[in-house]
Design a binder for this molecule. Structure first.
Ligand code: PAF
Length: 334
C-alpha cells in the first residue's frame, strides 16, 4: 500500500488498532481500494518454506479478489523488526518464526519449550485445534492480528567444531540462538554459551568465529547454504519451531467482510503450501546436506538431552503457563 494511502486510511483506523481481528469495517468505497497492495515480509529466500507460503497467499488472494489486491513478497531477515513494523502499521504482514513473538505476545512462549512436541503431527494438531486458535486470539490485544499458524519445523544443531551425540558435546559451544529467552535458557542449562542475535547477523558471526554453531530446521540450513560455514549437523530435533502469519489489524479491518474471508482462505492455502514444503525439505534435505559435504550425526541420545534439561523444565513450569504446557504435552489426536 502506498504511504499516502496508508496515512490517509490509518487516520480512519487508529481506533481499530487493538480491536478484534474481524472488527466491523466502516464503509470505504471499493473503487478507492482498487489494486491495493499488501506487502508480506519474511526472513528466508523465495525458494524456501516461507517463500512457498507467501507465494500461495499471493496466488490465492489475488485470484479470489480478481486482482483488486496485489501481494508483494519481500525478504527481511530481522524477525523482531518485522513484527514491530506490523504492529505500528508500516508493514502489512510478516511470516515469522515464534522466535521473537513471545516478546510481543508472551503467552506464545510455551510453544518454544524444547521437546514439547513429540512429532510434526502433534505440533500441527495442537496449533490447528483449540489451543493454537486460542493463542492466535491473544494477538489482537497487542495491536497484532495472528492470522494463521505456519511452520518453520524441528530445529537441529550445527557447529564447526565436532560431532554432537550427547549433552556433554554441547558444553562450551558458542551457539547462536534466536532472541528468545526460552531457547537461551535451554542452551545455558546444557552448558553451551547461547548468543542471541538476529538471523541477519548469523553468517558473519559464523565466518568470524564469534559463534561456533547455530540451530535451525533442515529447510533453513539448505536454503541458506549454512553447509558453507558449518561442518557438523546433528539431528537433535530439540525444539519444534512454529511460524505464524501476523498482519496489521487495521489493514485487515479496511477490507470488506468478503475480502477478509478471501484473505483467510488464502492464508489457509499458504499454511498448507508452507507445511508441504517443510515436509519435502525434511525428506530430501539431509541427503542434500550430506551431498554438500556436511557430516551428519543421526544417533543422538535424546533421553540424555531431556534429562539434562530438567532444571530448565522446572523453570518453564513456574514461569510459563504450566497448565497449558501439560495440556499440550497430553494432547492426542481424537
Ligand atoms: O533462526 C531463526 O532466526 C529463524 O529460524 C529463521 C531462520 C529466521 C526462520 O524463521
Amino acid at each position: 500500500m502506498t504511504q499516502t494511502r496508508r496515512t490517509a486510511l490509518s487516520r480512519l483506523w487508529v481506533a481499530a488498532l487493538g480491536a478484534p481481528l474481524f472488527a466491523a469495517a466502516p464503509f470505504v468505497s471499493t473503487s478507492a481500494l482498487a489494486q491495493t497492495e499488501i506487502t508480506v515480509q519474511h526472513a528466508l529466500p523465495l525458494n524456501s518454506h516461507y517463500g512457498a507460503g507467501a507465494a500461495a497467499l499471493k496466488e490465492n488472494f489475488e485470484r479470489l479478489t480478481s486482482g483488486r489486491y496485489r501481494v508483494t513478497e519481500q525478504r527481511n531477515d530481522n524477525e523482531r523488526e518485522m513484527v514491530e513494523s506490523v504492529q505500528i502499521g508500516t508493514l502489512d504482514c510478516t511470516v515469522t518464526s515464534t522466535g521473537p513473538v513471545g516478546n510481543f505476545v508472551s503467552e506464545v512462549r510455551v510453544l518454544d519449550v524444547p521437546f514439547l512436541f513429540r512429532n510434526t503431527a502433534h505440533a500441527r494438531g495442537v496449533l490447528d485445534g483449540e489451543i493454537g486458535q486460542g493463542l492466535l486470539a491473544r494477538f489482537s490485544s497487542r495491536g497484532l492480528a495472528g492470522v494463521a499458524w505456519m511452520e518453520n519445523g524441528f530445529r537441529h544443531l550445527t557447529n564447526s567444531r565436532h560431532e554432537v551425540h550427547v549433552p556433554a558435546d554441547v558444553q562450551g559451544l558458542k551457539v547462536r540462538t534466536m532472541e528468545n529467552p526460552v531457547h537461551m535458557r535451554a542452551f545455558s542449562t546444557l552448558g553451551a554459551l547461547p548468543t542471541p542475535m538476529a538471523f541477519s547477523e548469523l553468517v558473519p558471526a559464523l565466518q568470524q568465529g564469534t559463534v561456533d554453531g547455530q540451530e535451525n530446521p533442515i529447510g533453513v540450513i539448505v536454503a541458506n547454504n549454512l553447509n558453507q560455514v558449518q561442518r557438523y549437523l546433528t539431528l537433535t530435533g530439540h525444539v519444534y519451531s512454529p511460524a505464524i502469519l501476523i498482519c496489521n489489524p487495521a489493514m485487515l479491518a479496511r477490507m470488506t467482510p468478503a475480502d477478509r474471508a478471501h484473505f483467510m482462505t488464502a492464508a489457509k492455502a499458504a499454511a498448507t503450501a508452507n507445511r508441504d514444503r517443510v515436509t519435502e525439505d525434511v525428506n530430501n534435505g539431509v541427503a542434500e546436506l550430506r551431498r554438500r559435504g556436511m557430516i551428519v550425526t543421526t544417533e543422538v541420545d535424546t533421553a540424555a538431552f531431556q534429562a539434562s534439561l530438567a532444571p530448565a523444565f522446572a523453570v518453564y513450569e513456574r514461569e510459563l503457563d504450566g497448565a497449558l504446557l501439560r495440556r499440550i504435552r497430553d494432547w492426542h489426536a481424537q
